[in-house]
Write a protein that binds this ligand. Structure first.
Ligand SMILES: N=c1c2ncn([C@@H]3O[C@H](COP(=O)(O)OP(=O)(O)OP(=O)(O)O)[C@@H](O)[C@H]3O)c2ncn1[C@@H]1O[C@H](COP(=O)(O)O)[C@@H](O)[C@H]1O
Length: 104
C-alpha cells in the first residue's frame, strides 16, 4: 500500500480513539479550528524550511501532509477526493486555470 494511503487509513482509525494515547486522536477531539491552525503552522514551517533550512524541507512537508489529511478527514473528505480533483483538472484541455475551477 502507498505510504500516504496507509497514513490516511491510520488517521481514519484514530477518529473517536482515546486522545490520551494518540496525537491524531487529540487533534480530532480539539476540532476543526485547531486542526486548521496546526495546518497553517506547518505550512509556515514548510515555507521557512524552503527558504532558510532546505535540509528540513522534506520533514516539514511530511508534517504538512499529515495535518492536511487530518483536516480532510475531519471534513469527511480524503486523498481520493483530491486525486479526483487533480485528475479532473488534468483532463481540462490547455490546463486553463479558470476553466479548471468550478464557477463561483
Ligand atoms: N505522521 C504523523 C505526524 N506528523 C507530525 N505529527 C505530529 O504533529 C505535531 C506537530 O508538531 P508541533 O511541534 O507543532 O506539535 P506540538 O507542539 O506537539 O503540538 P501543539 O501542542 O502545538 O498542538 C508533533 O507532535 C508531531 O509528532 C505526526 N503525528 C503522527 N503521525 C502519524 O500518524 C499516525 C498515528 O499516530 P498517533 O496519533 O501517534 O497514533 C502514525 O502513522 C504516525 O506516524
Amino acid at each position: 500500500m502507498d505510504p500516504l494511503d496507509r497514513l490516511e487509513a491510520t488517521i481514519l482509525a484514530r477518529r473517536g480513539a482515546d486522545p490520551a494515547g494518540s496525537y491524531t486522536a487529540s487533534l480530532f477531539a480539539k476540532g476543526r479550528p485547531k486542526i486548521a491552525q496546526k495546518l497553517g503552522e506547518e505550512a509556515v514551517e514548510t515555507v521557512i524550511a524552503a527558504m532558510a533550512q532546505p535540509d528540513k524541507l522534506v520533514s516539514e512537508a511530511a508534517d504538512l501532509v499529515f495535518h492536511l489529511i487530518v483536516l480532510l478527514a475531519d471534513a469527511g473528505l480524503g486523498l481520493d477526493d483530491v486525486r479526483a480533483e487533480l485528475s479532473r483538472r488534468d483532463g481540462v484541455s490547455g490546463h486553463d486555470e479558470k476553466a479548471a475551477r468550478p464557477a463561483s
